[in-house]
Design a protein around this ligand. Structure first.
Ligand SMILES: NC(=O)c1ccc[n+]([C@@H]2O[C@H](COP(=O)([O-])OP(=O)(O)OC[C@H]3O[C@@H](n4cnc5c(N)ncnc54)[C@H](OP(=O)(O)O)[C@@H]3O)[C@@H](O)[C@H]2O)c1
Length: 227
């Protein structure tokens, strides 16, 4: 999982994450993409941030080929409704065809539209809240040989994967700004009160780095002592 947040925990500034991301954060964001077999993103983030496909330099493409990876990691969109714009950058500006991971419950016409736009539509098992079941999402990606799974959020998808205990590793950039306001945090779910204690995952700090611009990069991994 990779996120950027302000010092006071805001996941957006002005409605999107771009204003929080420095040049060094963008560099790290790109490096993580170069390592990934697939980039998993919730449909809310795809719509808000107007996602296109990953751009990978020729040098990184050579490194990927040497490692047995495809030249470009596809974007895998997780969506219950399959309501994406077929004319958007996701389909129009990409080298790898996007994967659309949804369920049999999504409208058939919407899925047909996304297939016609070039999307590879995958029907995974529905989870308890009519979304995609997390284990079924992972299994669908692994069946396609996609094992290095980078997730770029957003917060609701992160909350869902966290509740399913599927997050091993979090790269969190802390931007050197305070924002206040009403912006959300990096992981959210519907569970409230005592349910959050049950969902609590203990993580271990694996790395910290700081950029010249004051951005602090942290990498947290699942604490093996608590699984
Ligand atoms: N700071 C950062 O690093 C960062 C990173 C990412 C996003 N963001 C920001 O976060 C905001 C979006 O937040 P969000 O929580 O709405 O984002 P999100 O998790 O990307 O989007 C939520 C949507 O994703 C789909 N979804 C999520 N989990 C699903 C599941 N298990 N099964 C099926 N569909 C699932 C659903 O789409 P459908 O409605 O299509 O069914 C849901 O409505 C944006 O403002 C974005 O800029 C910030």
């Amino acid at each position: 999982m990779n996120f950027v947040a302000s010092i006071d925990g805001a996941v957006t500034s002005g409605g999107a994450s771009g204003a929080l991301s420095s040049e060094t954060d963008k560099h790290l964001f790109g490096l993580l993409r170069e390592l990934a077999d697939v980039i998993v993103v919730g449909a809310g983030t795809i719509r808000t941030e107007n996602y296109g496909g990953a751009v990978i330099t020729r040098e990184a493409q050579r490194r990927r080929a040497a490692a047995g990876q495809s030249s470009h990691p596809p974007i895998a969109v997780v969506t219950a409704r399959a309501d994406l714009d077929p004319d958007s950058r996701l389909f129009a500006e990409t080298t790898a065809a996007p994967l659309i991971v949804t369920t049999a419950n999504a409208p058939t016409a919407a899925k047909a539209t996304l297939r016609a736009a070039g999307g590879d539509v995958i029907e995974a098992e529905p989870g308890s809240s009519d979304g995609v079941d997390g284990d079924s999402l992972m299994a669908a990606l692994q069946r396609r040989g996609l094992r290095r799974i980078l997730c770029e959020g957003g917060p609701r998808l992160f909350g869902h994967l966290l509740a399913a205990n599927l997050v091993d590793d979090l790269c969190l950039s802390i931007a050197p700004v305070l924002t206040a306001g009403t912006a959300g945090r990096i992981a959210v779910s519907d569970a409230a009160g005592s349910a959050n204690a049950a969902q609590q995952r203990k993580m271990r700090l694996a790395h910290t780095l700081s950029g010249d611009d004051g951005t602090v990069f942290t990498r947290w991994v699942r604490d093996p002592a608590v699984g």
